[in-house]
Design a protein around this ligand. Sequence first.
Ligand code: SF4
Length: 199
Amino acid sequence: MLIYPVHEMFASIQGEGHWAGTPAIFIRLQGCSVGCSWCDTKDSWPSAEGTDVTERIDRMCAAYPAIRHVVITGGEPCQFDLVPLIRYLGKRFRWVQIETSGYFDPPKYHGSYWLTVSPKAFRPDFNLKCIKSATELKIVVGSYDDVQFAQACKNENPTAHFYIQPMSDQKNAVDICTTIAMTNDWKISARIHKLLGLK
Ligand code: SF4
């Protein structure tokens, strides 16, 4: 039994960060209290009761047998014990990716998985253990203050893959990210699923 509150499960293309362009199954868990103003999944904020999701996952795997990448996202997935879910998915997929805001401890899983951490400049009270455990840091940038925050996060985990992402694709955010990327040799994450009109 895998008891989790799943908001939705779907197949799409990972649009952000290191795995951009990769076909993936997305498991979006319900519940987030971080409160980002630009959040595009606000309906995933309220908490909900968990149910057994084993069969749903098996059906998705059967429907998309070629997909080897799975993303556990939210909401905020790290508020739950993800170990049973990672273990289950790890037998079926090449990579299990967790997308977390970075305000909870990382999963206490000792096998391999990919931890994408996106702390927010308006909430500098991030969980340091989570930042330091990140495989990838992806910071949303809408102002030069956010750039300072991005640098502070990078300083905590200099070996993680590192991306800045223009806030909601706004023109001024794109300009800032482009300037900063070219002067610091930083990479930009550009939400290609939005460009493609995908979920
Ligand atoms: Fe939305 Fe993610 Fe921010 Fe939660 S952490 S409010 S799900 S963008």
